[in-house]
Design a protein around this ligand. Structure first.
Ligand code: UD1
Ligand code: MN
Length: 448
């Protein structure tokens, strides 16, 4: 047993003995002393208890922090969460956003129902804001397997849209719908978390295993504010399909099938924007350097219905529709996910990127990945600015754009992909790229 654990147990033992002793003293005295003395002693005891409780909390935190485990690779993981905190017991509702795509809603909800292990643990709430009867009828077909809520339709809700933003009307309606539906989940229903999906998303069979087993990570990690099912660079040629259990932290908020806590919603709700909610969440003032968990292999994908959306098919054929939806079921309850805790993940990444990977110029990557003897090796390519990043991302076929200066999937500026058995990291040169720069943009000459 760790010495700090022993110390902790000894401390609790002494504390209990001592409390019993003090209590005994009070009980004995109370027979003879007057009521004022008795009250004073009780108050003192109460204060003492508060103090001891605080101490126990601090010690528990120390024990958690100091427990050190060795990984087989020799890398020391410093943080851990006790196993009984990992099994999430509260129900986690799935909130499905819908408007006017009846067939999309049908396909989407069918998959959710097929894959969810329990109706009680994962209630499905379909929320609709458009007056489309077909959507409602499709939802009604599911009977009591799903809940349904309907809002006043966006076109009747008197939303104020700046004249120059008329072509973006849908984004204003969507943001309003999000606020209404999330308040339904958290304020009316009082849930402690939510998984948000949109009707045009495809769902992986282990979608529920993924979210329920990562929920504990959101609980105690102030630097984490979401778990997303989506990998923006999840095209088949960019991922390791055999590493379906592999997860990452990312500074990029992807959305598209994601989970957050009621705590985060109560923070965002009062300042929720009137439009473009996802880009708003990506702004530094909202994000506050918080990160999301994202998978190597996406747990959501795009159904063809997604082409006709608010963003009018932007990125659709080149990227979105190509995202591979995981088909190798992973039981995440069997996997220790503490490597995703902030310190552990920083250490692990540093080791993999700085020590394991070989540094190469981008033009040498192509020949490297095609040599059979290099299978299983990893490579690091350094970038020194936005245009340099775009050029290198294009060669690897990963998305080259930025949101609030953050490249898609980036963690501490690092973007990883997997090509032909080789793991590749695009890594910022910290002497030239000290951090994310919200001014970074893609010059028009580079296209989507
Ligand atoms: C894009 C994002 C989407 C985000 C939205 C808002 C992608 C692929 N999609 O929308 O995740 O939420 O921007 O910034 O990046 N909807 C309404 N009311 C409407 C229109 C749509 O509630 O008036 C619902 C749809 O049913 C859907 C969701 O909002 O569930 C997104 O709408 P969609 O038309 O799919 O727009 P995207 O371009 O995908
Ligand atoms: Mn969409």
């Amino acid at each position: 047993m760790q010495s700090v654990t022993k110390l902790f147990i000894a401390f609790i033992f002494v504390f209990i003995l001592w409390t019993l002793y003090v209590e005994n003293q009070i009980t004995n005295r109370s027979r003879t002393d007057n009521i004022d003395d008795l009250l004073e002693s009780a108050t003192r005891l109460e204060r003492l208890l508060e103090y001891e409780k605080k101490k126990i909390k601090e010690l528990t935190a120390d024990v958690k922090r100091l427990n050190v485990r060795k990984r087989p690779g020799g890398l020391v993981m410093e943080e851990m969460v006790s196993p009984d905190l990992k099994h999430w017991k509260d129900p986690i509702p799935v909130l499905v956003f819908s408007c006017n795509r009846a067939q999309a809603v049908r396909d989407h909800v069918q998959k959710l129902i097929r894959y969810r292990p329990s109706q009680e643990r994962f209630p499905i709430i379909v929320s609709q804001d458009c007056d489309n009867e077909n959507v409602k009828n499709e939802v009604m077909q599911f009977g009591d397997k799903v809940q349904y809520i309907k809002h006043v339709a966006g076109d009747k809700a008197n939303i104020t849209i700046p004249p120059s933003h008329r072509q973006y009307t849908a984004y204003y309606r969507i943001a309003r719908h999000y606020k209404l539906a999330l308040n339904h989940v958290f304020v009316d229903k009082g849930y402690t978390s939510v998984i948000i999906t949109e009707d045009d998303l495809d769902i992986a069979p282990d979608f529920f295993s993924y979210f329920s087993n990562t929920r504990y990570l959101l609980e105690n990690d102030e630097k984490l504010w979401c778990v997303t099912a989506w990998n923006d660079n999840g095209k088949i040629e960019n991922i390791d399909v055999n590493a379906a259990s592999r997860l990452y932290r990312s500074d990029f908020f992807a959305g598209l099938g994601w989970m957050m806590t009621s705590k985060t919603w109560h923070e965002l709700e009062p300042i929720w924007p009137t439009g473009f909610w996802d880009d708003w969440m990506r702004e530094p003032v909202q994000r506050k350097e918080r990160q999301c968990i994202r998978p190597e292999v996406s747990r959501t994908g795009m159904m063809s219905y997604g082409k006709e959306g608010a963003s009018k098919g932007q990125f659709f054929s080149k990227h979105l529709i190509k995202i591979k939806v995981n088909d190798k079921y992973t039981d995440f309850s069997k996997i220790d996910l503490d490597y995703l805790l902030p310190g552990n993940f920083a250490k692990k990444t540093k080791f993999e990127v700085r020590e394991e990977a070989i540094e190469l110029g981008i033009d040498d990557v192509a020949s490297f990945v095609f040599k059979p003897e290099n299978k299983g090796k990893s490579v690091r390519v350094v970038y020194d600015g936005n245009v340099d990043y775009i050029r290198k991302a294009d060669k690897l076929h990963v998305m080259h754009d930025f949101k609030a200066g953050v490249p898609r999937t980036a963690y501490d500026g690092i973007v990883t992909c997997f090509i032909n058995g080789i793991r590749i990291y695009l890594v910022p040169d910290r002497t030239k790229v000290p951090g994310y720069d919200p001014q970074w943009a893609v010059p028009p000459s580079f296209g989507e």
